[in-house]
Design a protein. Structure first.
Length: 186
């Protein structure tokens, strides 16, 4: 468990470690990982679910009933459903999003992988993603899982974050740096 503590921390880290270890013990890692991906998508899509999770106006009972219903509708595994019940009972549902992030980090570490957050101005093609994955693997020496997103405000280029390292080759940053340099010339 000490190796887990180096990867995640805080209250969400402790809950993620507990769920991760239970999932390993019950040979349900893939099922829980899939359930959490579903929950992550639901949190993004449903403002009602987001309100249930973060609002202190809902009682423990209301939160428990709500997550129980969601677990049934989303066909979540028994372990994930019980875990959500524990979070509701302990008034910790507001940490669900950060628990999912921490759990993903634990799974990646367990699989010998590292996660890279990639933000681009336009959606990357499969060929571009494959090439980027190959280059990142060569740079960090581990298999890389790419979490790609789009930010049209970048104008062009990429922002890549691997662990604590950030590489910002976006056109917006280059233009901002040029504007700062030009101000110094005046």
């Amino acid at each position: 468990m000490t190796s887990h503590k180096a990867i995640v921390s805080g209250i969400s880290g402790r809950y993620a470690i507990a769920l991760f270890e239970l999932a390993l013990e019950n040979k349900a890692l893939k099922a829980v990982e899939s359930d959490l991906a579903t929950l992550k998508d639901l949190l993004t899509e449903s403002s009602d679910l987001k309100a249930l999770v973060v609002s202190p106006l809902f009682s423990r009972t209301e939160q428990s009933k709500g997550v129980e219903s969601i677990a049934k509708l989303a066909k979540l595994s028994d372990l994930t459903s019980k875990f959500l019940g524990v979070l509701a009972a302990n008034r910790r549902l507001d940490t669900l999003k950060s628990i999912i992030v921490a759990f993903d980090q634990l799974v990646a570490h367990h699989n010998g992988e590292i996660k890279a957050e990639v933000v681009s101005a336009h959606a990357l093609t499969k060929t571009q993603l494959t090439e980027l994955k190959k280059n990142l693997k060569a740079a960090v020496g581990q298999d890389v899982i790419i979490d790609a997103s789009v930010d049209e405000g970048l104008l062009g280029g990429l922002k890549v974050k691997v662990g604590s390292r950030m590489i910002d080759s976006s056109l917006k940053t280059k233009l901002d740096n040029l504007a700062i340099a030009m101000k110094g010339v005046q």
